[in-house]
Design a protein around this ligand. Sequence first.
Ligand code: MD6
Ligand code: FE
Length: 216
Amino acid sequence: MTDLFGGQEPRQSTREKMAEGAVLLRGFALDSEADLLVAIGAIVAVSPFRKMVTPGGFLMSVAMTNCGRAGWVTDRTGYRYDTTDPETGKPWPPISESFMALAVSAAAEAGYPAFYPDACLINRYDPGARLSLHQDKNERDFCNPIVSVSLGLPATFQFGGSQRGDPVAKYGLHHGDVAVWGGPSRLFYHGVLTLKDGEHPSVGRMRLNLTFRGAL
Ligand code: MD6
Ligand code: FE
């Protein structure tokens, strides 16, 4: 066989439809894993993970940071995107090339060929952390999809509908899986169940999630 890929075939990625406009690309990020983990380390050295407070006064169990022109933040005054990191008083670190390449190619693969994110929220789930059912609606333009990359320990993702009370489907998200969200399901409710304890060979005792957004 001819050596199209320098001796290495790209890994197989399979697709699972979650709803109209929402697709799960299994294993899509596996080839980028090493680059992604290095890039996350560089971001966290500038803007560390922190647990933020919700407008209602609750400390979130998920630790967060951001990269990009804008970052998602919450405090007693509300949820918003901010161009500066409130912890450092400085801009968030930029979206690295490896991040951008993955986000753009996953979006295109899912049917969103012109997605150029300006924000990437990075979530760290330690065992016991969870994210209750919510909509992502702080972005200015809902024409852009959201690209969500899972690394590390597996988690159960809940995916509902446009109303909080709609029935919820569950998906196991594993290391390297990428979920892309947009169009008719852009504002669907979703959440992550309590993370079970475990040890991932390359990420350790945590789950990391990157969500790329067009925020500004
Ligand atoms: C997570 N993800 O998977 C949290 N939002 O850790 C999200 O909240 C999310 O995965 C919008 C679209 C895809 C997501
Ligand atoms: Fe979300």
